[in-house]
Design a protein around this ligand. Structure first.
Ligand SMILES: Cc1cc2nc3c(=O)[nH]c(=O)nc-3n(C[C@H](O)[C@H](O)[C@H](O)COP(=O)(O)OP(=O)(O)OC[C@H]3O[C@@H](n4cnc5c(N)ncnc54)[C@H](O)[C@@H]3O)c2cc1C
Length: 437
């Protein structure tokens, strides 16, 4: 008999959940099944991989522990940022100029893939292009200029314009910024509706979606078997692990290879009450998402119903401390003193998976068990491509997957017990640099 679906965790209370398109829960996996590929995780990465494989004619079963978009994909800022969370110069040092070039193209391809899929599958997710990186301190202006030089001169990026203080203020009415970089190639979307749109597209292509179906074990072999509380599914071709920061490691090799190379980091968002069109337009006349470049960054944008969706704060201790929403609101008012009277209607948080070098971690646990994780805050763009190349690599040779898989990834120091305290200390130091630098 099926477990009652209500037992499966639903989305956290957030503005995204409140404004999600209607979604009927999908039934959990029960009994025995056979498919070509099992995808574990129903976020952007898993959905992208499932869609890709179904479009190539494979039978796909996607198992999601909770609800589609339950993880970071249904909670994030919705910012589509340009370029990795690491300088291209460092990437060149890590993997050489040629692979760095491929990685640049893959990132640009990831942004284009969002546009293609949204258009092709008519996904209603408020996708818009245009992005502002804001400088809080004079030294940030130099950093932005160096990034733009790198993107343009070495990688031929066609967009990007440096802004002085007044030009920045004309785009976002905050007294805190001393300059900015306007990027026509970045963008924004409603992440949960994008995830649900991908899920519908995947189903239309033949993917079997099961919610409330946490994979508790994966038995490797020529045809790996995934087990849930009430079902088992054998995968004739292979298994793709797309649980990222939320993955409850279902097989020992995952613990060995994947854990320790990512750190789940809490980040938080609030949504104000609707501001009304006039006030919202005066606040961010350019109507673009804005992120500063502090190490512990603040990021925000206007929603379709003219709320400010403001994100920030990182909690490396893994504990959701009380009062985070209050602190975040204080930061918001610091950037926008005029919002002091505006109530916050929603506050929520989620986990981002970061890697030590802030670059994504893709690889194989076995010839037919692949994974992708550790998008380090840039997953809105990167996950679509990661899912696609992981799918490609399972069924054919994929030089694109191999380029990602060649990125070297160290472990966070300290082992399971000490990793978090060590990171908390490192982050406290970097936060201090934000404040005094
Ligand atoms: C508050 C917040 C703000 C963010 N803002 C941005 C932003 O503005 N821009 C940006 O680029 N990135 C942002 N990110 C990061 C981005 O959301 C992630 O990189 C991206 O969504 C990761 O997608 P994913 O599919 O890999 O993982 P997830 O979306 O986390 O999906 C993983 C899924 O796997 C499921 N799962 C785990 N284990 C199992 C199992 N054993 N069996 C079955 N299912 C399982 C989970 O339930 C979950 O639904 C933000 C993240 C957060 C939390």
């Amino acid at each position: 008999m099926s477990a009652p679906l209500a037992a499966a965790p639903s989305w956290p209370r957030s503005w995204y959940a409140a404004s999600a398109h209607p979604w009927q829960p999908r039934p959990p996996l029960t009994g025995e099944a056979v498919t070509d590929v099992v995808v574990v995780g129903g976020g952007f990465t898993g959905l992208s991989a499932a869609l890709e494989l179904a479009e190539r004619g494979y039978a796909v079963t996607l198992l999601e522990a909770a609800r589609i978009g339950f993880g970071a994909s249904g909670r994030n800022g919705g910012h589509i940022a340009t370029a990795y969370n690491q300088s291209m110069a460092t990437i060149e040092r890590l993997v050489g100029r040629e692979d760095a070039g491929h990685l640049w193209q893959l990132y640009e391809g990831a942004k284009a893939l969002i546009a293609q899929r949204v258009a092709r599958h008519r996904i209603d997710c408020d996708l818009h292009w245009g992005y502002l990186l804001a400088a809080v301190k004079p030294r940030h202006r130099g950093e932005l200029a160096r990034s733009l030089d790198e993107w343009r001169d070495r990688y031929g990026y066609p967009y990007g314009r440096l802004l002085d203080r007044d030009e920045t203020r004309a785009m976002v009415d905050s007294p805190r910024y001393v300059g900015g970089l306007f990027d026509e190639g970045g963008g924004q979307l409603h992440p949960l509706n994008y995830a649900l749109g991908l899920a519908r597209a995947a189903e239309a292509a033949g993917v079997c979606l099961h919610e409330g179906s946490a994979v508790t074990a994966v038995t490797p072999g020529p045809q790996p078997v995934c087990e849930t509380a009430e079902g088992r599914v054998r995968a004739r071709v292979g298994v793709l692990l797309a649980g990222n920061a939320y993955l409850k490691s279902p097989l020992p090799a995952a613990r060995r290879v994947m854990q320790g190379r990512i750190m789940p980091v809490g980040t938080y968002m609030v949504a104000t009450a609707p501001l009304g069109a006039a006030r919202a337009n005066a606040l961010i006349p350019a109507d673009v998402p804005v992120a500063d470049i502090l190490f512990v960054l603040n990021y925000y944008r206007l929603s379709a119903d003219r709320r400010l969706l403001f994100g920030g704060l990182v909690n490396y201790s893994g504990i959701d401390r009380a009062g985070l929403a209050r602190r975040l609101r204080r930061t918001m008012v610091h950037y926008f003193p005029g919002l002091a009277d505006v109530p916050v209607d929603y506050a929520w948080g989620g986990n981002v998976a970061i890697t030590r070098n802030r670059l994504p971690h893709l690889g194989r646990l076995d010839q037919n068990i692949l994974f992708a994780q550790g998008f380090s805050g840039n997953g809105v763009a990167l996950t679509g491509m990661a899912g696609r190349v992981m799918a490609e690599a399972l069924v054919a040779a994929s030089t694109r997957f191999d380029v990602f898989a060649r990125l070297p990834h160290g472990r966070f120091p300290g082992g399971p017990g000490l990793r978090v305290p060590a990171l908390v200390l490192a982050m406290a130091w970097l936060r201090l640099k934000d404040l005094i630098g």
